[in-house]
Design a protein around this ligand. Structure first.
Ligand SMILES: C[S@@+](CC[C@H](N)C(=O)[O-])C[C@H]1O[C@@H](n2cnc3c(N)ncnc32)[C@H](O)[C@@H]1O
Ligand code: SF4
Length: 373
């Protein structure tokens, strides 16, 4: 089974932290949708006829696109690929785009999982991040979606924001829990170079919070969500009653997926490819039949490192048999390193699989990089 990701590269505003690929100039929307449909047709054989079990519209901001244009993309997806009946169809939305009409339209298009980018429930922080929505929209959009029949909802939050207190974060978690969503993604703020925050950081206008502070917010998040029945199944992801993101889990478990739209990545088991992160180059590439993506064949070292990188962050762990060990010398080195982390209580070994411990979760990036070849 496979997945399809569609990247919608437009946003209303440029959030101060975000370096994902998007443009705030929406003049090319119609042409972009035509190109996305064209790419879907061109890549019809990429998944080797495997049935598609997850569709994911991400961005950018998919919810700013008109229903008519979205319909064109969805119809092309269904025309080109075999989609399973109980497909998980996730759609990323920003709170300010949600109203009864939009939600009804999304339902009719077959969307059955909404991912809503709330980030914060407070105006001061929303304005600081340059989000397009306000605290009322943040608080009301989930119920609006639930009233329109969406029961599978995930929300995004950001922690580790400068100038926030422990009480601030506690309140955000509390509000999130009250919404009764069955999935929460919470990301620690990262300062990316080519963003407004990156620029403020360089010029001294923005100070980073120290690691201890972010860590205490992460610990609080884990504690409160676990207490309220959410399973911590990946470093940034928590789900209730098994409502994990099947689409993202497929990435972490190394399954095939095709990514359509500028900057989207694809993986077919042996190679990765990625589209150009530029709207005009993408549209022209498809129109003039010029290169708009690059391909990288994965060698055994890449496969080994990717396996560690993606699996260690999840509840499924790293199966030692599944490691693509390069040679005996490397195997000894890797096992020695694993042993060091087990002794330090950062990893645990159960039936040939290594799992990240509660303590290890705080330094998972460090552990992964130490295990890389
Ligand atoms: C690329 S956005 C797309 C979703 C949608 N446009 C939105 O704004 O909600 C996906 C998520 O990544 C997270 N994110 C993006 N940049 C981040 C950063 N620099 N630090 C922490 N989280 C970030 C945000 O929580 C965001 O909701
Ligand atoms: S966080 Fe979402 S809305 Fe903000 S710039 Fe990034 S993709 Fe666009």
């Amino acid at each position: 089974m496979a997945g399809i990701y569609i990247h919608i590269p437009f946003c209303k505003l440029k959030c101060n932290y975000c370096d994902f690929h998007f443009s705030t100039n929406q003049k090319l929307t119609q042409k972009m949708v035509e190109s996305i449909c064209e790419e879907l047709i061109q890549k019809k054989d990429y998944l080797d006829g495997e049935p598609v079990k997850t569709i994911y519209f991400g961005g950018g901001t998919p919810s700013i696109i008109s229903t008519e244009l979205l319909k064109q993309i969805v119809e092309t997806v269904y025309l080109v690929f075999e989609i399973v009946k109980n497909v998980e169809f996730t759609f990323e939305c920003n709170p300010d785009d949600l109203n009864n009409e939009k939600l009804k339209d999304l339902k009719e298009l077959g969307v059955n999982r909404l991912s809503i980018g709330i980030q914060s429930f407070e105006d001061e922080q929303l304005q600081f991040m340059n989000r397009a929505h306000n605290s009322n929209e943040a608080s009301n959009c989930v119920q609006l979606a639930q009233n329109n029949g969406f029961s599978n909802i995930t929300i995004d939050l950001i922690y580790g924001l400068p100038n926030t207190t422990e009480e601030y974060w506690e309140k955000q978690i509390e509000k999130a829990i009250k919404l009764k969503v069955n999935h929460i993604s919470a990301y620690c703020l990262t300062i990316e170079e080519k963003t407004v925050f990156g620029n403020w950081y360089k010029t001294g206008k923005l100070k980073l919070v120290d690691d201890e502070y972010s860590l205490s917010q992460f610990k609080l998040l884990q504690l409160e969500l676990n207490k309220n029945g959410y399973e911590h199944y990946e470093i940034s992801n928590f789900s209730k009653n098994g409502f994990i993101s099947n689409h993202n889990s497929a990435y972490w478990l190394g399954e095939k997926y095709i990514g359509i739209g500028p900057s989207a990545h694809s993986f077919n088991g042996s190679s990765r490819q990625w589209n150009v992160a530029n709207n005009i180059k993408y549209i022209n590439g498809l129109r003039k039949n010029e290169a708009y993506f690059e391909i990288e064949e994965l060698n055994s070292i890449d496969k080994f490192n990717e396996y560690i990188l993606t699996r260690l962050r999840t509840k499924w762990g790293v199966n030692l048999d599944g490691l693509f060990l390069i040679n005996d010398e490397q195997k000894v080195q890797t096992l020695k390193m694993i042993d060091k982390f087990i002794k330090n209580n950062d990893l645990q070994l159960i039936d040939d699989t290594i799992y990240i411990t509660q303590q290890g979760k705080f330094i998972v990036d460090h552990i992964s990089s130490e295990l890389f070849i």
